[in-house]
Design a protein around this ligand. Structure first.
Ligand SMILES: Cc1ncc(COP(=O)(O)O)c(C=O)c1O
Length: 485
């Protein structure tokens, strides 16, 4: 059982959990001395000190997920393929089927790095998703950079949802002589007016001589909402008519394995494979592996291996790397995986049900103490996603996070600039191996915190320091830990 009541959490803090200690001690935020450093390092450390002074230092955390018994509400192992050992078992069997394999790939894909197992995997993956062709690459980051830097032709217009991933931005930045225009997140009307403007302002696009490439994601990583892809496609068709010069690139990093027939993703779920030029799947999340594929036409695939520098100049994926991906696909065919997907749906339902039926929920909504955007209309959605966000009032973000960590719920606090200013949030990811009790425990822990804030407000206190916050601060002082998280 996990502490969710105030007194239980306070008692747990008498011996702070590994999770809390690891998070608090992983990075010391205060500036470090630079005087004794050689110039090269001094200049870098000075820049890092600027970041430390804003308390936004990134850090590589100790692996609390595997090293203690915190409840995992943050890792990418959504289907629990790693936690359950299922992927390891399949992977070892897959290796055993290929006893003569070499651990390395032998080179870049265009020289010595190609081999039959990799080519067969690509054919199988294309067939699984109903795609024409497929290219396996090292990561979705690399895929997006290659797609967006290499494919647009001069004069093309890149239209993107405001919340697309950093890798898409990086690729677009490197594209040559293109215009970039964003539309409001998941807003079909905004997409329509953006396209209308683009067609008005770009003669060659209007004449059907240049293209509009649209960047969207199936499930948005920091919001957990789903792209209205079908509606966007139908708007695009109104503009391109039969010229085919408005095309979509759909990043399915957060949907592969989780939604669609056998976890094949949103594009397959909606049956719009023919209306989407390129789909990117990352295997680093629900599929429990690493790497990515680009699903596309043979022409696009050829262009990527000719112009996509991040694909051309890198060692090709090795057989063990591809075997892990194949093992994930093999598991997607099993009942075990369908059960895992169903469990995630149940977890999301439990989360929203517990949240919206809590006696304090109306007051939380009324006061704006925290928002849960996806709680609105959750019952009407055809399927729920594994990502939910709690967006507290800005001044509370840090301490709500600490409160949940103190209760051994491993979540992440996502600050600006990862999300827009003023929308810092606690991101919660449901996993197949989480239990219903843990989901309810998490929601109750949030309300335990809210109840204390309300009670402080009711007695006229302006404070944000809850009893848990005080205990954590005392402990930090005792241990001389000066860092925030
Ligand atoms: C939407 C999106 N696209 C791409 C990536 C990059 O994926 P990969 O880890 O395969 O590079 C991520 C990773 O977080 C992501 O969220």
């Amino acid at each position: 059982m996990y502490p969710t009541e105030q007194a239980e959490i306070e008692t747990a803090l008498l011996a702070p959990s590994t999770l809390l200690v690891d998070r608090l001690t992983s990075e010391q935020q205060w500036p470090r001395p630079v005087d004794q450093l050689p110039v090269f390092l001094r200049n870098i450390e000075e820049t890092l000190n600027k970041r430390r002074s804003t308390e936004s230092m990134y850090t590589i955390l100790k692996n609390f997920r595997l090293s203690n018994n915190a409840v995992d509400f943050c890792s990418g192992d959504i289907l629990s393929l790693n936690a359950s050992g299922a992927l390891r078992t399949r992977f070892l069997a897959e290796l055993a089927k290929n006893p003569g394999f070499t651990p390395g790939s032998g080179g870049v894909r265009l020289m010595d790095g190609n081999y039959p197992y990799l080519e067969q995997a690509e054919r199988d993956i294309a067939a699984f998703h109903g795609a024409e062709d497929c290219l396996i690459v090292s990561s979705a980051y690399e895929a997006n950079v290659a797609i967006w830097s290499a494919l647009p032709r001069p004069g093309d217009v890149l239209v993107y949802d405001t919340l697309v991933h950093a890798s898409t931005h990086e690729g677009m930045k490197r594209s040559y002589k293109t215009s970039k225009v964003m539309f409001q997140h998941n807003n079909v009307q905004s997409f329509r007016s953006t396209l209308s403007k683009v067609f008005k302002e770009h003669l060659l696009v209007r004449e059907g001589k240049r293209s509009v490439l649209v960047a969207v994601e199936s499930i948005y990583s920091m919001d957990g909402d789903v792209c209205p892809l079908k509606e966007l496609i139908s708007v695009a068709k109104e503009f391109s008519r039969d010229k085919g010069n408005v095309q979509f690139v759909v990043d399915e990093a957060h949907s592969i394995g989780v939604i669609g027939p056998k976890g094949s993703g949103l594009v397959c779920q909606l049956g719009v494979q023919k209306d989407v030029a390129i789909v990117v799947h990352s295997y680093g999340k629900a599929m429990g592996a690493t790497g990515a594929t680009v699903l596309c036409s043979p022409i696009v695939r050829t262009a990527l291996v000719n112009f996509g520098k991040s694909i051309i100049y890198t060692t090709s994926p090795s057989l063990p790397f591809v075997a892990t991906i194949n093992s994930g696909y093999a598991l997607l065919q099993t009942q075990q995986l369908r059960n895992a997907q169903e469990r995630i749906q149940n977890h999301a339902r439990t989360f929203f049900e517990t949240l919206t039926s809590h006696p304090l929920w109306p007051r939380v909504k009324e006061t704006g103490l925290f928002r849960v955007p996806l709680a609105q209309g959750w019952r009407d959605r055809p399927f729920l996603t594994h990502i939910a966000t709690v967006i507290p009032h800005e001044k509370h973000q840090y301490w709500l996070y600490v409160h949940l960590i103190a209760a051994s719920f491993s979540v992440f606090s996502i600050p600006y600039p990862v999300v827009p200013l003023g929308q810092g949030r606690i991101r919660i990811i449901f996993h197949a191996n989480d239990t219903e009790d843990q989901i309810m425990g998490l929601v109750n822990a949030v309300f335990t915190w809210a109840a204390e804030i309300f009670s402080m407000n009711d007695t006229g206190m302006e404070e944000t320091e809850t009893r848990v916050a005080r205990k954590v601060n005392e402990w930090k002082q005792r241990e001389q830990i000066r860092a925030r998280l």
